[in-house]
Write a protein that binds this ligand. Structure first.
Ligand code: PLP
Length: 751
């Protein structure tokens, strides 16, 4: 297999047809040693430049278009060499352009072989300048064709050649994947755990690019990042202040550190969308109050400061906090601040997110404790699954002792890290460093186009008195002093004005009535699609489409969403989303509408569902089915029950760590949920949707927290009424009891 060679990539040459035979001949000689792509007009040039990233350089005639082309190239590629060919005097070129090009050459004056050599040097320089630190070294090493007498045992893929099944794997993944699967026995590549060599350099580079003081690569996902942060900073009986809207890995963080948690309660709107925690909850008064009112704490413990405060940023529906406001409100009253930014690693790269991410620069030198950010680089940037980053910004006064913190890191690191994963973190960093702002510009702009498309379609259908889907987004935006329809605001304005996306109680499209000024913004690239059925003011519509039905429909037709709530679905508009992909989504939504309006027989739409439960669904059409479920949700008050369930924080009988100890001692019972009154939960219970814990291990199910039980039992009943719509609830197992009835079961601590 060949190494990546600058000669494999092509020079893109814009050469007009009207040039003389003589000059064309010279150019052919000049470029003889290169792969080339010739175009004769600037439109084709731009099209190819945009779509082909395997370009090693640009060659242009000096003519009236040259300036424009040079600027166009430099917008997205600051480094690719640009060569200008001229037959006469180059005084036509402005100083500004001269600064942007590499070589201006006259093919009639110098020898073509000399010029060709210069081109080669520049191209080589470029190709090595864009090689990321670690990935570059990994490629170089792989191309040294050394015999591996070390782990991994497949030895660069040799093992797979001994066996037909292995051969299948080798053919599928290709030799490079296997030959670059190395181990720490290769000293040239450094070491992840010892923090040395190219791995260390790559991590330092990521720290610079993501504005952190220190960055760690973590190869077991943000689930581990979160635990490393907690393990490194929190210990037994420390007080923690945690977003209830947290990922389950934070619950495990509390278990392993034996911290005593207290919770922030995120708001919810009447669509069931999780909103931001109130800013007030970050003030000293509020925090003092929850500490003083916590019956679990001894007088000594009540004198402690909060050791760790953890918040999910952005929320699962794309609400991002103004981090500087939070720092200001906290006023250094907690010892560590942790932002779980699993879905949000790109924020640094576009000004629309200014101040709304953990590693942001502080306004006015606000004092702050050490700040930690968790990034699932694999979720919305380009890393392989499980490859994540942990970023630290040191406190203004309180400094992290990294020798101590490393101990926590080492506890979670494998001694056999996967080198391709490290490379993918390095590559993701380099990609964003190279032109992250431009990538984000395009991504946000495309998301804005999509948002406008849906808004327009919705209005077009409405003009025929027909329903359509909509997006959870501002209906009107303040533009030049007046509120105008979202779809009429110029793209560029929406792209450049954060305030277009900031939630405000005066322009309440979002359903959070008491939102603080300049506190929270909607991320333009997180698309929450609303189905008819329920409005932000909490009123049910006549017709309703439960999101779970729509989600099954689109998944069967090749469009997969990220998350499904009761009447809304989340789609991620990530980097690289194409118009074709957008159109496929719009088409499937329109098809759904057609099938709904025609009440197409359910057996044609969900054949598997109908054949599994014919007595329930055989005679139904899609519309009947949606309305049955919609009316059931309405009448059973499922959403109201959910709302009430999330308003209570149950009594903490045991801390998560104490509960976990009981679980592993086997001091537990598995009970049907209906029999769990006045019992203590053994493990965390998280219903999806909305993916927020209703119960943490150690919390008490009693009269005061009965609404949680009521909600879960209502979900159980829902699944009996609509067989086939079985939900995923972490901490709950559903199966048929001896009487043949399907019930939810959970683990509680023995009395
Ligand atoms: C996905 C997620 C995690 C866990 O990240 P992995 O990389 O999948 O381990 C942590 N926190 C939040 C908020 C998440 O959404």
């Amino acid at each position: 297999m060949e190494s990546i060679n600058y000669l494999d990539w092509s020079l893109l040459v814009l050469h007009k047809l009207d040039s003389t035979y003589e000059s064309s001949k010279k150019i052919d000689d000049l470029l003889e040693n290169f792969n080339t792509l010739f175009v004769d007009n600037s439109t084709d040039f731009k099209r190819i430049f945009d779509s082909n990233k395997a370009l090693s350089g640009i060659v242009l005639d000096l003519d009236e278009d040259a300036e424009e082309i040079v600027k166009f190239v430099r917008e997205t590629n600051p480094k690719i060499p640009i060569f200008i060919l001229t037959e006469e005097d180059s005084s036509k070129l402005s100083l500004q352009i001269l600064k942007l090009v590499n070589i201006v050459m006259n093919v009639f004056e110098d020898s073509t072989s000399f010029l060709s050599g210069q081109l080669e040097l520049e191209v080589e320089k470029y190709m090595s300048s864009i090689k990321p630190i670690f990935f570059g070294k990994l490629m170089d090493y792989t191309h040294k064709f050394k015999y591996p007498w070390h782990t991994p045992g497949h030895a660069g893929g040799l093992m797979f050649m001994t066996n037909p099944i292995g051969k299948m794997m080798l053919d599928f993944y290709g030799e490079n994947t296997l030959r670059s699967d190395l181990s720490i026995s290769v000293p040239e590549l450094g070491s992840l755990l010892d923090d040395e060599g190219p791995v260390k350099d790559a991590e330092s580079n990521s720290a610079r690019v993501f504005s952190a003081d220190k960055t760690y690569y973590i190869l077991n996902g943000t689930s581990s990042v979160n635990q490393v942060i907690w393990k490194g900073r929190v210990t037994k009986d420390n007080l923690a202040f945690v977003d209830r809207n947290c990922h389950k890995s934070l619950n495990y963080g509390m278990v392993i550190t034996e911290a005593i948690p207290m919770y922030m309660i995120p708001r919810r709107n009447s669509l069931g969308i999780i909103g931001p925690v109130k800013l007030e909850e970050f003030t000293k008064e509020y925090i003092d109050k929850i500490i003083q009112n916590n019956p679990k704490l001894t007088e000594e413990q009540k004198k402690q400061k909060i050791k760790m405060s953890a918040l999910t940023n952005s929320t699962y529906d794309g609400l991002c906090y103004n981090v500087n406001k939070i720092k200001e409100a906290l006023n250094n009253n907690v010892e560590n601040l942790h932002f779980d930014e699993a879905w949000y690693a790109y924020a640094k790269f576009h000004p629309i997110y200014k101040n709304h991410y953990a590693m942001t620069e502080s306004d006015n030198f606000i004092e702050h404790p050490p700040i930690f950010a968790s990034h699932s680089t694999h979720k919305l940037l380009g890393a392989f699954s499980q490859a994540s980053m942990l970023h630290v910004k040191d406190g203004t006064k309180d400094k992290v002792d990294f020798v101590v913190f490393d101990e926590a890191y080492l506890m979670y690191g494998s001694t056999s890290p996967q080198y391709s994963m490290i490379a993918s973190l390095d590559v993701s960093t380099a990609m964003m460093d190279f032109c992250g702002d431009k990538l984000m510009d395009e991504t946000i702009l495309n998301a804005i186009h999509f948002r406008k498309r849906i808004a327009k379609l919705n209005k077009e259908y409405a003009s025929f008195n027909e329903w359509f889907f909509s997006l959870w987004q501002p209906e009107k935006v303040l533009y030049n002093g007046t509120l105008i329809d979202f779809e009429d605001v110029p793209d560029k304005y929406l792209l450049e004005h954060q305030e277009s996306w900031t939630l405000d109680s005066d322009n309440n499209w979002h359903g959070f009535n008491d939102i603080e000024k300049n506190y929270v913004m909607l991320d333009p690239i997180k698309l929450t699609l609303k189905c008819p059925g329920l409005n932000v003011n909490g009123k049910y519509d006549e017709i309703g489409i439960p999101a779970t039905i729509l989600s099954n429909y689109i998944i069967d037709r090749g469009v997969v969403n990220e998350k499904t709530d009761t009447y809304s679905l989340l789609f991620l508009h990530s980097i690289g989303t194409t118009v074709t992909k957008q159109e496929a989504l719009i088409k499937v939504l329109m098809n759904f509408k057609k099938d709904f309006d025609n009440n197409t027989p359910l057996k044609d739409i969900f054949p598997d569902l109908v054949s599994s439960y014919p007595e329930k669904y055989y005679t139904k059409g899609l519309k009947d089915h949606c309305l049955d479920m919609h009316n059931y949700i309405k009448e059973s008050k499922l959403l109201e029950l959910m709302d009430k369930a999330f308003q209570v924080i149950p009594k903490q009988e045991l801390t998560p760590a104490e509960a976990s100890r009981e679980v592993f001692r086997g001091n537990i019972e598995h009970l049907p949920l209906k029999d769990c009154m006045n019992r203590t939960a053994g493990v965390i219970v998280v219903p999806y949707p909305p993916g927020i814990p209703v119960l943490m291990g150690g919390e008490r199910i009693d009269e005061a927290s009965k609404s949680i039980l009521n909600f879960l039992l209502a979900r159980e009943e829902f699944e009996r009424v609509f067989p086939g719509y079985f939900s995923d609830i972490h901490g709950i197992e559903a199966f048929n009891d001896e009487d043949g009835v399907r019930r939810f079961h959970t683990m509680v601590i023995k009395n």
